[in-house]
Each structure stands twice: as C-alpha cells, then as structure tokens.
Design a protein around this ligand. Structure first.
Ligand code: AHR
Length: 547
C-alpha cells in the first residue's frame, strides 16, 4: 500500500488495515481482533480525513538574480526508431497524407503550436550506427540499411540531413545533431559538420549540388550517445580521451558556433560524470548530458502504459520525481570541477518507458499516453525549472510514436497526447524568469518508500511582466483548495485552463482523439492578494496572472 502523510493518513490507514486483514486471514485470532478494532477506529475517522486538502503556494514574484528558464528545457528528441520519423514526422512528398514537402501537415501544425525550441536527431542508439552520407543526394539513390538497434527494420535513408535541418527551419527550432562516435570516424563527423555549416569548400559544394546553397546554422553537437552502452560500451576514461580527439576536428565554419556536448551518464552513474569532468575539463566541452527514464526497471515487464493499479500510478510518479536528487548529485560533482559553471548539464533523454502496446513491434517502443504521463511531465518540468543555473536543456523521449510522445499517428490519423497538452500549457514558461515557489503539500510515499508531493506548483514571469502559475494535483481522489499567495496587493487572473479527466487511465485513441484535453477553468476566485483555486483530483491547472 502507498501512504499519504497528513490529512489522508487516517483514511488510508483504514484501507491499509483492510488490506492487512485480507493478507493475514490465517493469523492468530488476537491479531485479527486488533486489526478489526483498528479498522473500525480508522473508519470512524474517515469522514474527517476525507475533508478537502488545503495547500498554500507562496510565490516570490520579485526574486533577486532571477534565473531565466531556458526554452531548451522544453526540448524534443526524434530518433530513427519505429514510426517516430517515418509515419510520424515524415511521409514523403508523394504521400496521400496531407504534407508540406513530405512532412505531415497535422504533426507540423501541432508542433508549431507547441513551440519546440530544440530537436535532437538522429538518435539515441541509432546515432552511433548512422552514416550521414547515406542520407544525402537523390532519395531514390540512397542506400538501404538495417536498423540494428530498433527491431531490425529496414531504413531507406529517405529522411536525412537536409530533411532534418529543413524541418528545424520550418519549426523555428535549433537542431541538435547526435554524432556517430561508436562506429564512425573522426573524419566522418568532422566532414558532417563542414557539410552542414561551411559556406565554402568541398563539403559546401556537395551540399549545393544536393540543393542547398546556404549553410544551415547548427548549434548543438552531441559527440556520441550513451557511449557507456549502445554507443560503444566504453569506459569513461577511454570515452573522455576519445571525446577530446573527436571534438578537436569539429570546427566552427562561416560564423557558425558549435556547442559541443559530451555523452554523459545514465541515472546514478556519478563516476561517469566525475571522470568526464576530470579528464575533459571545462574548456573542451560546453555541456555534458544525462539520461533518466521513469521506468520500473530494465529487466522484465515495465508495466502497461494504460492498464495499471493506483499503486503503480503512485510508484511511477515517485520514480519520476526521483530525478531531482539525481540532478542535484550530478550538479554537485560538476560544481567541484567547474565552479564557474562553464559546463552545462543537459538531460537530453527523459520520460516514461512502459511495455509496448500489445501487437506492436517490441523494438519500436510504441506506447499510449494517459493522464499518468501528463502528471510525470508536469512534475518533471517543475523540477527542471529549479536547476536551470546548470541544467540548460532537457529533451523528452520522443516526439512522435515512441515512448512518452507528443503525438501518436496511425495512417492519416493523429492524436495529441496528454503529455502534448501538458507541454503546450507549460510553454509559457519558456525563456521566462523563474519565480521561486514554496508549497506546503502533504507527500505520499510509494511502495519503495520514495516520497512525492501530492500538490506541486511552479511559476514564472515573462518579459511583458505576466506571471504564469502552473499547479498539479496528483491525488487520484482528493480535490484540493489551493491558496496562491503572490505576496502582492492583488492580481488579475486573465486566463485559466485545466487538464484533467474522469479516469487516470484515459487516453486519446485514434477513434476518440479528444478524451483528454485542456478546457477553460473557472473554479477560482481572487480574495484580496490571494487566489483561491479549487483543484479537481488528478489535474493540472495553468493561471495567467497580471499583477
Ligand atoms: O529513447 C530510446 C533509447 O533510449 C535511445 O535510443 C537511447 O539513447 C536510450 O537508451
């Protein structure tokens, strides 16, 4: 059983006790009597315990040295994996599915609305087996290859460098290229950078022959991906030396300035970060990456994306907020070696990871997306907002049809996921000043004794002075009365939205695409200098406030 502190304790103790009676049917009679008595007492307290939860959210609207939330915290990741690229983003110009130069129009429109700031490509694990020359020139001449990492699917390379960089231009986002270190060469990566960014020279001429005269601007360059695993099974000492060598030949051409990212640790591998910081230092890399997935465990079943118990719901959220101590500890190591904070931390893969949908290719990582995913997204983004002094980018995995996606597609159909809606509601925080927020929420403790706030909040102020407050109530059955204290005389709520649903298992299916979507929210009032919000259970609310 999971536990909530505070108000819900008695109520849950009643449930606990019944579970205890149930589990201990064969225990001695005295134990049984004691258990029944406790249950009766707990049930007597039940009406009081089920009173509405009250939480105060205090927002510092005038912080000293206010930290800007980099828009890149809302980054995306698109890998040649399952139908993320083919079918998800790209259908080709000949397709009957409405498209703009081969990019599917419905997805394009949805992503423009989302304000995608940066997109990482072509992997993931795929990146370390990708040879960029296979993906340039006339599409009909491009070689076919086997995608060894992801289901052995045949990759026809029809989506390559031009298709990716032109997509970024259409979306107005920064490209983040993941370079091949695992199975590539220094020369191959160096020439790729030249091909994309040089105004003149042999690579620029080749690019022009392929239809693009002007170089693209490419800022972010990942030097390998998961080099401790699918990117070459290296040890950190070896990788850090290889990184130093590879990055040397990745030049800044024609005014383009590369931001070089070393392939970082996964989860709790603090030694990887330490060795990289020690061996690479703070002059040869701009950022070091980190990957953290909300996954039950890597062995065996990861649980269904749509069929889960209440307990599993709380376990997932507790695992998601477990990213906070992980970020803190990696930052702590970076602080030791780089007190001037010249090297950034980039969480360039994160999100939920469940079993694939029944009947789909196990190598394609296609999973549905419920209100539980929306909660994971909200709680995670709230945490990222707090560490942006060092954490400068985060890329949710992945943008379409893979893991915790923004959109899911099937043929000509597309749905926006609850995670998409969360990202859309949160995009007001991009490049806004973070407003430190305190919240006296009770906490729940999951099966593994991990804690997670029941109610959580984040806030920012944009350049026009508008304040955005985003509130999350993770409780499956308790409404909450939230007092938002802006510490100022009054404030006018000019817009409010809520994302919730009748059932946490709800999702947007291709034949029912609008089950979960945000709607206008009205259940709040301004009382003096406070905003009182009546939050439904399992909801995310955004408030736009003029103060
Ligand atoms: O996002 C799916 C995979 O997860 C990526 O390819 C890899 O980098 C990570 O292990």
């Amino acid at each position: 059983m999971f536990h909530l502190y505070g108000l819900f304790d008695a109520k849950l103790r009643a449930f606990d006790t019944f579970a205890y009676i149930y589990e201990t049917k064969n225990t001695k009679t005295t134990d049984m009597k004691r258990a029944i008595l406790t249950a009766i007492m707990a049930l007597a307290l039940y009406p009081f315990a089920s009173a509405q939860m009250k939480v105060e959210v205090k927002i510092d609207t005038a912080p000293e040295n206010g930290q800007v939330i980099p828009k890149e915290i809302y980054g995306q990741f698109a890998e040649h994996l399952g139908s993320c690229i083919y079918g998800g983003l790209w259908v080709g110009p000949e397709s009957e599915i409405p498209n703009v130069n081969g990019y599917r129009k419905d997805v394009l429109d949805a992503l423009i609305e989302l304000k995608v700031p940066v997109m990482r490509w072509p992997g993931g694990c795929f990146a370390d087996e990708y040879h960029w020359r296979d993906g340039i020139g006339p599409r009909e001449n491009r070689p076919r290859m086997v995608n060894n990492n992801w289901g052995g699917t045949v990759e026809d390379n029809s989506f390559g460098t031009h298709e990716f960089l032109n997509l970024c231009e259409l979306l107005g986002c920064e490209p983040y290229i993941s370079g091949n270190v695992g199975s590539g060469t220094v020369e191959e990566l160096a020439k790729w950078v030249e091909y994309m960014t040089a105004a003149d020279g042999p690579m620029a001429r080749l690019r022009a022959e392929n239809g693009r005269v002007e170089p693209w601007k490419v800022k972010y360059l990942g030097v390998g991906n998961e080099s401790w695993g699918c990117g070459g099974n290296m040890l950190p000492e070896y990788y850090s030396h290889l990184y130093r060598r590879y990055q040397t030949y990745c030049r800044d051409y024609s005014g383009n300035q590369l931001y070089k990212v070393a392939s970082g640790a996964t989860d709790y591998d603090y030694n990887w970060t330490e060795v990289l910081m020690k061996n690479i230092g703070n002059n040869l890399m701009h950022g070091v990456s980190l990957h953290y997935y909300t996954v039950k465990g890597w062995e065996g079943s990861k649980g269904s994306a749509t069929v889960f118990t209440d307990q599993e719901y709380y376990n997932t959220l507790a695992k998601a907020v477990g990213v906070e101590p992980v970020i803190i500890r990696h930052i702590g190591i970076m602080d030791q070696y780089d007190p001037e904070k010249k090297v950034d931390l980039l969480l360039d893969e994160w999100g939920t990871w469940f079993d694939v949908e029944p009947g789909t290719n196990p190598g394609h990582l296609f999973q549905q997306n419920t209100m539980r995913d929306a909660m994971v997204a909200a709680l995670s983004l709230n945490i990222f907002h707090k560490y942006t002094e060092r954490l400068k980018m985060a890329n949710i995995a992945q943008i379409a049809n893979v893991l915790q996606s923004m959109v899911l597609t099937q043929g000509d159909k597309m749905v926006l996921t609850p995670t998409y809606h969360t990202f859309r509601m949160y995009n007001v925080h991009q490049d806004a000043t973070y407003l430190p927020t305190g919240c006296d929420s009770p906490k729940f403790v999951d099966e593994l004794e991990r804690e997670c706030p029941v109610v959580d909040a984040t806030a920012s102020r944009n350049q026009e002075g508008t304040v955005h407050v985003t509130l999350t109530n993770t409780s499956l059955d308790e409404t909450a009365e939230i007092t938002v204290d802006l510490g100022t005389a009054g404030g006018k709520v000019t817009a409010a939205e809520v994302l919730t649903s009748g059932d946490v298992h709800d999702y947007n299916a291709f034949d029912k695409p609008e089950v979960v979507k945000p709607v206008e929210f009205k259940d709040f009032k301004v009382k003096g200098d406070k905003i009182i919000v009546k939050m439904p259970a399992m909801s995310i609310i955004s408030l736009t406030v003029e103060i």
